[in-house]
Write a protein that binds this ligand. Structure first.
Ligand code: FVH
Length: 287
């Protein structure tokens, strides 16, 4: 017997989640604010509920995947969730996740928060993983059902932890994309074809540079920070040319300038002989 599951939200991601549950044989009830979305789910055996309340009543496991935290509140507030386990996979901040956990405890539900590290076509494939946080026994109880979506990565009892891990990875991703986008803006400003440049140079370079991240992490864990071959004094001096070149090429340097400022601060604070991991400490004192 597969656990009956409800999916609230049939956007691109909610639809992919519902499809994975159906493919694995879970009786699946779905609800979406705008009725009739993702009609292909009907042929796969989904049961449509007219209201979020009907959908939540249909299954012991209720998976929520809506746009933002406010949407989750709109959809769930006032529902009787007694005896239900709610797994919220909507993107949120750690504080929002903790507040949702408190509200749902008052509504009689068990709660797991989640952060999906996949785009919709990856759901149900080996490359996808999802962070979960909340009570471990609740996670273990529902692990078999959750495994059909993606590899589950349980990160702790604090309900805000999954969101923290999720936001950390998304922050890393946007930093990487921002760097690549700036590089492509520079190259295309000189009418150099982007695809060849990317294959021949950008991807190999970024791939090689990624290998320095574990070393950075080791230094943070083991401190103090070692002196570095590529020291911050040298990097800060060279960084001026990145901004100047962007300006000369007519490229907006706004994705670059914060790193330049951080490098200057690090040197001014006496970290000139250290490597890039010293910047992490400076970032942590900025809040
Ligand atoms: N798609 C992705 O690449 C990422 C991958 C990582 C995880 N994110 C997060 O997943 C959440 C849902 O994202 P999505 O891709 O499904 O988003 P949409 O396709 O835009 O669908 C949004 C759903 O939310 C419903 N909705 C919006 N506002 C309300 C509301 N006020 N009340 C009730 N439901 C609402 C919307 O319904 P409708 O517009 O069809 O009526 C969709 O079901 C998200 O947190 C990502 O950050 C996705």
């Amino acid at each position: 017997m597969k656990t009956p599951v409800t999916v609230l939200g049939l956007g691109a991601m909610g639809t992919a989640l519902a499809r994975a549950f159906l493919a694995a044989g879970h009786p699946t009830t779905v609800w979406n604010r705008t009725p009739g979305r993702s009609p292909e789910l009907d042929a796969l055996g989904a049961t449509r509920a007219a209201t979020a309340a009907d959908a939540a009543a249909a299954s012991p496991l209720v998976v929520v995947c809506l746009l933002v935290d406010a949407t989750v509140r709109t959809a769930l507030d006032g529902l009787d969730l007694t005896g239900r386990t709610v797994v919220n996979l909507t993107n949120s901040t750690p504080e929002q996740s903790r507040a949702t956990a408190e509200r749902l405890a008052s509504a009689g539900a068990s709660y797991l928060d989640g952060g999906i590290m996949a785009v919709p076509p990856m759901i149900g494939t080996p490359g996808a993983f999802i962070f979960y946080s909340g009570p471990q026994d609740v996670f273990e109880q529902h692990r078999p059902a959750l495994e059909v979506l993606a590899r589950p990565a349980y990160v702790g009892t604090d309900p805000g932890l999954a969101a923290l891990y999720d936001i950390a990875l998304l922050s890393g991703m946007y930093g990487l994309f921002g760097g690549a986008q700036h590089a492509l803006a520079l190259i295309t400003s000189a009418n150099i074809p982007a695809a060849d440049f990317t294959q021949q140079f950008l991807l190999p370079w970024l791939t090689a540079m990624l290998t320095s991240i574990p070393n950075m992490a080791r230094q943070l864990d083991n401190g103090p920070v070692d002196t570095a071959d590529s020291n911050l004094a040298m990097q800060s001096a060279a960084y001026e040319n990145l901004v100047t070149t962007a300006q000369k090429q007519g490229v907006d340097p706004s994705l670059l300038t914060p790193m330049g400022e951080l490098l200057r601060r690090a040197v001014a604070a006496g970290h000139e002989d250290e490597g890039l991991s010293a910047l992490v400490g400076l970032l942590r004192t900025a809040g």
